[in-house]
Design a protein around this ligand. Structure first.
Ligand SMILES: [Cu+2]
Length: 125
């Protein structure tokens, strides 16, 4: 009799765990809808520069921006494109809706060369 109760309790526990797992999955999908991007742009940062003076992407085309930290501890920040990446969150899909040149700076105060870490994101029409 006692054994039966334990077995029943174990079953209940498994059911609860499964239900919770499903709930978590649907939540994470809802909070961050990931757009499919066929293009990818890798931006690398080191002490104290980005690997290119400018990066080109296209207006209206989803692009996956990937941040790569080469040395030091940096990040990228482009307020106009609502883009901020660093070593903790290192990729994001964006679809720029306006053409132009947008300044990109380092999002982490990394030391003496911090303020010279400036590049441009150019969104082409
Ligand atoms: Cu930096």
């Amino acid at each position: 009799m006692k054994k039966g109760m334990a077995w029943l309790a174990a079953c209940m526990l498994i059911l609860v765990l499964v239900a919770c797992g499903n709930a978590n999955n649907s939540n994470s999908e809802a909070s961050e809808p990931e757009v499919e991007a066929s293009e990818q742009l890798v931006i690398k940062a080191s002490n104290y520069e980005f690997d290119q003076p400018e990066y080109r992407i296209k207006k209206g085309v989803p692009v996956k921006i990937v941040y790569e930290n080469v040395n030091g501890n940096h990040g990228i920040l482009v307020p106009e494109l609502n883009l901020q990446l660093d070593t903790r969150k290192n990729s994001k899909v964006i679809t720029p809706d306006k053409a132009g040149e947008f300044e990109m700076s380092c999002s982490v105060f990394c030391g003496s060369g911090h303020s010279s870490m400036i590049s441009k994101i150019i969104v082409e029409e």
